[in-house]
Ligand binder design. Sequence first.
Ligand code: NCD
Length: 307
Amino acid sequence: MRGIIDILDLSVEELDGIISVACDIIERPEKYAQICRGKKLATLFFEPSTRTRLSFEAAMYELGGNVLSVSSADSSSAAKGESVADTARVVSCYADIIAMRHPKEGAALVAAQNATVPVINAGDGGHCHPTQTLADILTIYREKGRLGNMTVGLCGDLKFGRTVHSLINALSRYEGVKFVLISPEELKLPSYVKNDVLKKKNIPYTQTTDLLEAMPELDILYMTRVQRERFFNEEDYVRLKDSYILTPDKLRTAKQDMIVMHPLPRVNEISVAVDADPRACYFKQVLNGKYMRMALILMLLKEAGTI
Ligand code: NCD
């Protein structure tokens, strides 16, 4: 059964299709309100989450379906030592589709290899997070009217930030995209993304530690949280956590139509004073994520012959 483990598991054409279904859902939600009646989504979240899990669940409810949920590792048989493979086989007996978040890189892939229903990766460790990218892509499309020909600044924890890895993969397939990678030395983009995606595809990029210097050329500024849970020691986290704090003052040299994005949750990286700026799009991303997850669930359930 096909799973969506990496954003590249969706072709550009499929991604276009998901965007157009999501836009149709926004226009005509009533048309979709009963499509998944009697169908069940299982959300298996072995790592903390507010948005992603509730977004998947809201998406399924808005399609008329039902939800089964595990919201922490302690409350499931994972605490007894059950393998991801076994859990996936078991849950396939109860649900028509699975969304899984796990602290280990590759866990969703193992789940997909063992499940008999489609599995969607809702974040696997510091690796990738394809459905956050769906939210990001719809936001860029709705705000900028295009997915190519732009300079995208990615700022913060580029090493452990899985949303950044997936977004780079997705945007690298469009013409005219240039990346500005803004991070402290220790939190630079991993070489598997830099070499296998940017260098291999000849995508223009620059690396800097200086957000202010990069600001004027950006069409998108994608801020990220320093991923505390992936650090080996608290001291390093404390030293790096406030490397970048976006304030209204720092936005003075930004383009008038630049958009500020963040997958959320934010800690300190964007001051709340920025929220009032019309360029702040992070709460729009949240809503767009729900529509894209609805469209993705529909695509996968149709493909599996479930609806
Ligand atoms: C992100 C994640 O879980 O990777 N959150 C989310 O799903 N919106 C980003 C983060 O936790 O920093």
